[in-house]
Design a protein around this ligand. Structure first.
Ligand SMILES: Cc1cc2nc3c(=O)[nH]c(=O)nc-3n(C[C@H](O)[C@H](O)[C@H](O)COP(=O)(O)OP(=O)(O)OC[C@H]3O[C@@H](n4cnc5c(N)ncnc54)[C@H](O)[C@@H]3O)c2cc1C
Length: 309
């Protein structure tokens, strides 16, 4: 029997694991994908995120997970009317696959990747987690912490929450553009996406993305966004081979979820918390800065409330 089983080896799961192993608990960290895994993300860590990493992991983020330009200087929002607003802040440009892998390797927990948690069943003083790697089996723990990010399949089983997704589509391209690569750009015009469209630079890649609610509209919005970037930022580019479409959960939060489902705590993105630089935050800052169309966003910072233990 483990003290704690943590489901999901993203930043939330790894931070929880690190804290718990440091406090002497026996922890199993379960990740459904093979590590290092990809994650739909712009990979900008703001200062608050860097401070959290330092606080939990007691180490600086290593150069091996960074990409160029390494220093991010903030975000530039364009509102519905095409007006630009700059939000300056210190940040770091990282590859999420390497960053998340580095975090998980530093937790001191037993890690089982390529292993999906199918369900949790609470019984008396323990929780039985059904896992599937090469075969299906179960493990027990006193406490389970669900850090499954946007997929939220375990959470939906525990809380009977409905599925509520947006789709993010992101491409990595070679080319040239007149924008300053030290900034992250978010475009809130309704003709460019159903949520936001974005641009940033990672190593030699020009990264373009759009978020939609209706998957059939990806091509339309993406084409609109590229056409807009060609005109406004003199973007010349060759589409790279790597194109990514990923499901992402919506930030259109309805009711806050209870933190504690008896012995199962739901943390991080799966609880509609997000790291401060995530899509929800972008919309909120964008709205505050430039009064663009608004959507209600749940809570922002990804946070691990270990008080449940
Ligand atoms: C397009 C986009 C851009 C973003 N850009 C930024 C940014 O620039 N900066 C920033 O700070 N944030 C950004 N975010 C937000 C950020 O990605 C999330 O807030 C963050 O990943 C949340 O961390 P997490 O650990 O809660 O979830 P995740 O990082 O999603 O980790 C959850 C993990 O759980 C695993 N998992 C899920 N279900 C199971 C299961 N049943 N069994 C086992 N494992 C499971 C998943 O495979 C995953 O590895 C962005 C998000 C999107 C969609």
């Amino acid at each position: 029997m483990y003290d704690v089983i943590i489901i999901g080896a993203g930043p939330t799961g790894s931070s929880a694991a690190k804290k718990l192993t440091g406090d002497g608990f026996r922890v199993l960290l379960v990740e459904k994908l093979k590590l290092p895994r990809n994650k739909s993300c712009s990979g900008i860590l703001i200062k608050k995120s860097m401070d959290l990493v330092r606080a939990y992991f007691n180490e600086d983020i290593p150069p091996s997970v960074m990409c160029s330009p390494t220093d991010n200087r903030g975000m530039i929002f364009t509102n519905d009317d095409g007006q630009e607003f700059i939000y300056e802040q210190e940040g770091l440009n990282i590859w999420r696959s390497s960053f998340d892998h580095w975090l998980s390797k530093n937790t001191g927990a037993e890690i089982r990747d390529s292993t999906i948690a199918l369900s949790c069943e609470e019984k008396n003083d323990s929780v039985t987690v059904t896992l599937k790697g090469e075969s299906e089996y179960s493990e027990q723990a006193k406490i389970v912490i669900v850090c499954e990010g946007v997929s939220r399949s375990i959470k939906r089983k525990l809380t009977h929450a409905p599925k509520d997704n947006i789709i993010t589509y992101q491409t990595f391209n070679i080319g040239s553009i007149t924008l300053d690569p030290h900034y992250f750009y978010a475009y809130l015009q309704p003709n460019l996406s159903e949520y936001d469209a974005w641009f940033n630079v990672k190593d030699n890649f020009l990264v373009f993305g759009v978020a939609v609610r209706d998957a059939s509209k990806i091509e339309h919005y993406y084409a609109e966004f590229i056409a807009y970037m060609k005109i406004t930022a003199q973007c010349l580019y060759c589409p790279a081979s790597e194109q990514r479409k990923m499901d992402d959960a919506s930030y259109f939060a309805r009711l806050p979820n209870r933190l504690r489902e008896r012995q199962s705590a739901i943390c991080g993105r799966s609880r509609r918390f997000s790291q401060s630089n995530g899509r929800g935050h972008i919309r909120r800052i964008g709205k505050r800065l430039c009064g663009s169309r608004s959507n209600s966003i749940g809570q922002l910072r990804y946070a691990i409330n270990l008080s449940v233990l």
